[in-house]
Design a protein around this ligand. Structure first.
Ligand code: DGP
Length: 115
């Protein structure tokens, strides 16, 4: 828990969110500003600012985030059509919330390279 962290507050449920999945390690909820017909975020309960701050101790947590993202995509009906998982790191990637999160995006075709 990091004081003042928006996503820690969602984990603590002091800030409301539309939760779509949770277990002992991760939480998934709808993005407040969706950029695709389906847009959810998967976060670890543990506070870590981003993937660049992960260490070897975080290997299991990172795997859990990825598998939860897969499960969320399945639950939200994206498995058949496909989906994109995105982890933004730092300013050039547009990371705006400094608590590691994986975007689950789907419901429309997506271009490559990303903008
Ligand atoms: P990023 O730009 O990768 O740091 O993504 C942060 C995302 O978090 C962005 O898509 C909007 C979303 N977001 C910001 N504030 C809130 C909030 O209070 N609730 C929810 N559900 N999503 C939020």
């Amino acid at each position: 828990m990091s004081t003042g962290c928006l996503f820690c507050n969602i984990v603590a449920k002091t800030t409301p969110a539309q939760i779509v999945f949770e277990d002992d390690h991760v939480l998934a909820f709808r993005d407040l500003r969706p950029v695709a017909p389906t847009h959810a975020l998967v976060i670890p309960r543990k506070h870590i600012t981003g993937v660049h701050d992960a260490t070897a101790e975080d290997v299991e947590m990172l795997g859990r985030v990825m598998l939860a993202a897969r499960d969320v995509a399945e639950k939200l009906g994206l498995a058949g059509s496909g989906y994109r998982l995105v982890v933004n790191q730092g300013a050039n990637a547009g990371q705006s919330v400094l608590h590691l999160h994986c975007h689950v995006l789907g419901g429309r075709p997506m271009g490559w390279p990303p903008g």
